[in-house]
Design a protein around this ligand. Structure first.
Ligand SMILES: [Zn+2]
Length: 146
């Protein structure tokens, strides 16, 4: 039974990586084009460097980091550390939505904007990721208060 459970878990993880892989490949290509340093953190490739920083500063919403499949581009190692909880929510979103993630994200932004909301802050994908940030902050402040 235990072997079946771990085999099932492995197959589900493999399927999640395959499902998100077109975006992961695009993220890796962007990381290659930008240059910089790479590291593997719990199954996710994190890339940072001056080229990545330039790209992130010139997005419609300037970002400390950005997730593309199982790739996270960050301005520097500190930005990757600070945004890890938020960006891992996006990794899970890519695993759920696969190829549909890009169109779904854009549609969610358009829908928010059409309703008079902010296209980024009120996008449900971002709302979910920022909720993870707030949970992490609460855990850190309660741990510090002990
Ligand atoms: Zn985000």
């Amino acid at each position: 039974m235990r072997l079946l459970r771990s085999s099932t878990r492995f197959l589900l993880r493999a399927a999640a990586y395959i499902w998100a892989s077109p975006y992961t490949v695009a993220g890796l290509a962007l990381g290659l084009a930008c240059g910089g340093r790479w590291r593997l953190v719990r199954g996710v490739v994190e890339i940072h460097g001056p080229g990545v920083r330039w790209v992130l500063e010139h997005l419609p919403v300037s970002a400390a980091a950005m997730t593309i499949g199982h790739t996270v581009l960050g301005r520097d190692p500190g930005a990757l550390d600070r945004t890890r909880a938020h960006e891992r929510v996006h990794v899970r979103q890519f695993e759920r939505w696969g190829l549909l993630m890009g169109p779904a994200y854009v549609a969610a932004s358009a829908y928010a904007y059409a309703r008079g909301r902010h296209f980024y802050r009120d996008n449900p994908f971002e709302v979910e990721a920022y909720a993870a940030d707030r949970r992490r902050e609460r855990e850190h402040s309660s741990a510090a208060g002990r």
